[in-house]
Write a protein that binds this ligand. Structure first.
Ligand code: NAD
Length: 419
C-alpha cells in the first residue's frame, strides 16, 4: 500500500482554519511554508568495518516567536514529507501553549533496531556533526521523539559541545532537551507528554461531568508517550482494556496493569506474548468498546477505513497526526470528541521549555514545581481551544489551529515583514 501523505493533512487542516478565521492572506503565505529544510547524507563506520551512508533531516518551519523547537525521530518512514508535517505541527503546538519557541522536526531514515548500541552512538554523533550550526541553544533545539531517548540526547549534547571552543561549552547545555537528569535534564521530562495528556483529559472530564475513576481506555503505542499516559491514567482508577505496539496487540477485559506491562516490555521489547492478556488483531484492537482511545504511535492510524471501527466517546491524541482528514470527518459524523495532538501532546515541549530555562539559569526545579507549571500552561491551552471552538462553532482541531494562527498573525502584524 502506498504511504499516505502526512503533509497534505497539515495543508488541509491549515486551509480550513485560515478560511474560517479569515487569516490575513499575506501572513497565510508565510505560515503555509517552511523556512529552512536541511537534508544531510553522512557516512558511518559499522561494527564490521564497512561504511554505510545515512540520510538525516532537519526542517525548520517558523521562528517568529522564538528558537525552532522539535524532536528527532529514527524510523524507516522518515522523509521530507513527514518531517515537514511534524515541523509545522510544532509551530502550532508552541503557539497554542504560548511558549517562546517556534517549530522544527528532524530525524534519520533508518530502523534503529537493526543497529548495535555502539553503531547508534556513532550514527547519532555523526548526524549531530553533519547538522553543525543548523542546531544551537538559541537557534534550534532538538528533543527525543519516536525511537530516540535521553541517551541519544546525551550523545548529541556531548558531540555539539566538542565542536564548540572550550569557553563556550558550558553555555550550550540547552542545545538539546530531554537529556538524562545527570547531564542537565529536567525532572518530569520523561513523563511530561503523558502527564500533559492526562491533565488535558482531566480538564475535559471536569467540563463533561465525566468520572475518570469509572472509565475505560485503550492505548496504541507503548513507548514514552503511550506507557506514561497508561500509567498515569491508572492512578485515577481508570481501566486499561487493550494495548498495541509494533509487535502486536493485547487485551484483557478486567484491565491490564500498565506498570506490570512496562516491566514486561522493558525486557521483551514489545507487548506481544504478555502473559496477562490475550492477543488480538488490529481491527479488534481499534474496535475496543471503551470511553477513551489514546493513539500514541504514528501518523494516519484513524482514517476513512479505520475510524468507523472506533467505539469510544473521546480520542485523546498522544501521537502527532494520528488522524487524517478523512478520519476526522468520520469522528465528527460519529460524534466522537477529540483532543487534538497540537494541544493534547504539548506537555513534552512545555517541559522541554522548562529544561531549557533551567539550563540557561543554572537552576534545578523539583517535580512539584515542574508539574504545577505544566498543569497551568497546558490547561490554559485547553481552555483557549475549548472557548475558540464555541466562538467559531467549529471542531476542536480547527479551533486549536485558530488559537495558534491568531497568535502568529498578531506577532507578524506587530513586527511587520523585513525590510
Ligand atoms: P517511542 O519510540 O517511545 O514509542 C513509539 C511506540 O509506537 C512504540 O511502543 C512502538 O512499538 C509503537 N509503534 C510503532 N509502530 C507501530 C505500529 N505500526 N502500530 C502500533 N504501534 C506502533 O515514541 P514516543 O516518543 O512515545 O512517540 C509516540 C508518538 O508521540 C509520536 O507520534 C511522537 O511524535 C509523539 N510525541 C512524542 C513526544 C515525546 O515527548 N516523546 C511528544 C509529543 C508527541
Amino acid at each position: 500500500m502506498a504511504k499516505l501523505g502526512v503533509y497534505e493533512n497539515v495543508v488541509a487542516q491549515f486551509d480550513a482554519a485560515a478560511e474560517l478565521m479569515n487569516l490575513d492572506p499575506e501572513i497565510r503565505k508565510i505560515l503555509s511554508t517552511t523556512i529552512n529544510e536541511v537534508i544531510v547524507h553522512f557516512p558511518v563506520v559499522m561494527d564490521d568495518g564497512h561504511v554505510q551512508m545515512f540520510t538525516g533531516y532537519r526542517v525548520q518551519h517558523n521562528n517568529v516567536v522564538g528558537p525552532f523547537k522539535g524532536g528527532l525521530r529514527y524510523h524507516p518512514a522518515v522523509d521530507i514529507d513527514e518531517v515537514r508535517a511534524l515541523a509545522t505541527w510544532m509551530t502550532w503546538k508552541t503557539a497554542i501553549a504560548g511558549i517562546p519557541f517556534g517549530g522544527a522536526k528532524g530525524g534519520i531514515q533508518m530502523n534503529p533496531r537493526e543497529y548495535s548500541l555502539a553503531e547508534l552512538e556513532r550514527i547519532t554523533r555523526r548526524f549531530t556533526f553533519a547538522l553543525g550550526n543548523n542546531i544551537g541553544p538559541e537557534w534550534d533545539i532538538p528533543a527525543p521523539d519516536v525511537n530516540t531517548n535521553a541517551q541519544i540526547m546525551a550523545w548529541m549534547l556531548d558531540t555539539y559541545q566538542q565542536m564548540m571552543p572550550p569557553l563556550e561549552r558550558n553555555r550550550s547545555s540547552h542545545v538539546v532537551t530531554g537529556k538524562p537528569i545527570e547531564a542537565g535534564g529536567s525532572v518530569g521530562r520523561d513523563k511530561a507528554t503523558g502527564q500533559g495528556i492526562v491533565y488535558v483529559i482531566e480538564a475535559w472530564a471536569k467540563d463533561h461531568d465525566f468520572d475518570l475513576a469509572q472509565s475505560t481506555y485503550f492505548v496504541q503505542g507503548f513507548g514514552n508517550v503511550g506507557s506514561w499516559t497508561a500509567r498515569l491514567l491508572k492512578s485515577y482508577g481508570a481501566t486499561l482494556l487493550a494495548v498495541e505496539d509494533h509487535t502486536g496487540a493485547i487485551a484483557k477485559p478486567g484491565g491490564i496493569d500498565a506498570d506490570d506491562l512496562v516491566r514486561y516490555v522493558r525486557q521483551s521489547g514489545g507487548v506481544q506474548g504478555y502473559p496477562h492478556g490475550a492477543a488480538i488483531d488490529h481491527q479488534t484492537f481499534l474496535s475496543t468498546k471503551a470511553d477513551i482511545f489514546v493513539p500514541a504511535a504514528l501518523e494516519n492510524q484513524i482514517t476513512a477505513e479505520t475510524a468507523p471501527w472506533l467505539d469510544v466517546m473521546l480520542v485523546a491524541e498522544g501521537a502527532n497526526g494520528p488522524t487524517n482528514v478523512a478520519g476526522d470527518a468520520v469522528l465528527l459524523e460519529k460524534n466522537i470528541q477529540l483532543l487534538p495532538d497540537v494541544l493534547c501532546n504539548s506537555g513534552g515541549v512545555i517541559v522541554s521549555y522548562f529544561e531549557w530555562l533551567q539550563n540557561k539559569r543554572s537552576e534545578f526545579w523539583d517535580l512539584a514545581e515542574v508539574d504545577s507549571k505544566l498543569h497551568k500552561i497546558i490547561v490554559g491551552g485547553y481552555r483557549r481551544v475549548r472557548d475558540t471552538a464555541r466562538e467559531y462553532q467549529t471542531d476542536w482541531r480547527t479551533a486549536a489551529y485558530i488559537v495558534a494562527l491568531r497568535r502568529l498573525e498578531t506577532v507578524y502584524k506587530e513586527r511587520g515583514i523585513f525590510p
